[in-house]
Design a protein around this ligand. Structure first.
Ligand code: ZN
Length: 260
């Protein structure tokens, strides 16, 4: 765990909350934190893991989800319940994602808790809903989120870039096959959190594997890679292999660096 203050200077802190794929238990399911403000996906028990990273659930301004698979979303009811009923009450959390996100999240909540508790959560949190789709860029609480459509499953899937002010751009692949939207996300990111589900062979189900990551790392030398959504762990030259609660302070690129 790095020791510098994530909000100091031009660095942005990335914390990997969950580094594992859907089923192997290699790590918690997908969730990533930018500084203490923006959460990407909610497959991990975020209400448990954030305090372990020294972050209060109440500090989140924005939660975005990449797609509607369980390993990226099924802890949302616990996070929203924790936000509504534990500790400091801070209304106005923004929840963003592909078209259908509001209906999907309310369905998850209703299935998990029933209408009465969902009404209480909505009343206390007053969530704002943010529609994200390909080529859309939105700024919430000083963080600009850019969305790129990627190929994964039959439902909508988005990769994101997140940037605070003029700070470094951090990319998130979500789950994605090798596609143009993924390449656009990598090309505009200083640091890319990329799924690497397959290790020794191509992965089924619209995922990336190690051989494709090695090609991408060679093709985008200005981008640092963090490999996550892991089925197993090993080494890949030029990449950081994620683990749960890995924290990195990412510096802004030098103005004299190569054009991006
Ligand atoms: Zn996944």
């Amino acid at each position: 765990m790095a020791e510098t203050d994530s909000r100091r200077g031009d660095t942005t802190r990335l914390t990997v909350i969950g580094s594992g794929d859907a089923f192997t238990g290699c790590g918690c399911n997908a969730a990533y934190l930018v500084d203490d403000r923006v959460l990407i996906d909610c497959g991990a028990p975020v209400q448990v893991m954030l305090p372990r990273a020294g972050v209060a659930v109440a500090s989140l301004d924005l939660v975005v989800i990449t797609h509607f698979h369980a390993d990226h979303t099924y802890m949302l009811p616990m996070l929203l319940g924790a936000r509504a009923f534990v500790g400091e009450l801070r209304p106005g959390l923004t929840i963003g994602g592909p078209p259908g996100t509001r209906e999907y999240v309310l369905r998850l909540l209703t299935t998990g808790y029933g209408h009465h508790l969902v009404g209480l959560i909505e009343e206390r949190l007053r969530p704002r809903w943010l529609l994200l789709q390909d080529a859309v860029s939105e700024t919430v609480a000083g963080y600009t989120v850019g969305a790129h459509a990627v190929l994964h499953s039959t439902g909508p899937s988005l990769a994101y870039t997140v940037q605070r002010g003029e700070g470094p751009v951090i990319g998130f692949s979500g789950d994605s096959a090798l596609c143009a939207g993924l390449r656009r996300t990598i090309a505009t990111s200083d640091l890319m959190v990329c799924e690497c589900t397959g290790w020794d062979a191509p992965a089924e189900g619209g995922h990336l594997w190690r051989g494709e990551l090695e090609e991408l790392i060679a093709a985008y030398p200005a981008t640092r890679f963090v490999l996550s959504h892991l089925r197993t762990r090993g080494t890949v030259p030029g990449a950081i292999i994620a683990h749960d609660l890995l924290a990195l302070d990412v510096a802004a690129p030098q103005a004299s660096g190569p054009p991006r």
